[in-house]
Design a protein around this ligand. Sequence first.
Ligand code: 5GP
Ligand code: ZN
Length: 116
Amino acid sequence: MSEPDCMFCKIVAGKVPAEIVREGERTISIRDINPQAPTHVLVITREHYPDAVSVGRADAGLLDEMACEAHEVATAEGVAATGYRLVFNTGSGAGQTVHHVHGHVLGGRGMEWPPG
Ligand code: 5GP
Ligand code: ZN
């Protein structure tokens, strides 16, 4: 299912352009329009789910696919060996601005913990 007003549904449908770095059967991975690290790729489900919890509850296998895709992206981007961060902002208070599940793959620079 897709949501008519959802930006990522539009990207999945090809109605809004994006730099696609990897395409899977149930996911696509696109470069973030406002990168926060040398590698900043978003792993997005083709179907609309509002967040990681809802996709996990509906289809745990799909959440697993997202994690595997994130690792494939990190490997292709050359950041898997040094380490990368896979982030699911969940809820507006945590900084989620696009309410279509996406995993941020961030790498290529040092990362602090806890994040700001
Ligand atoms: P959130 O804040 O929801 O966790 O992350 C949303 C991310 O999507 C942000 O990092 C933002 O830069 C990115 N983003 C928002 N709109 C677009 C877009 O139209 N195209 C691409 N490629 N990234 C987008
Ligand atoms: Zn959507």
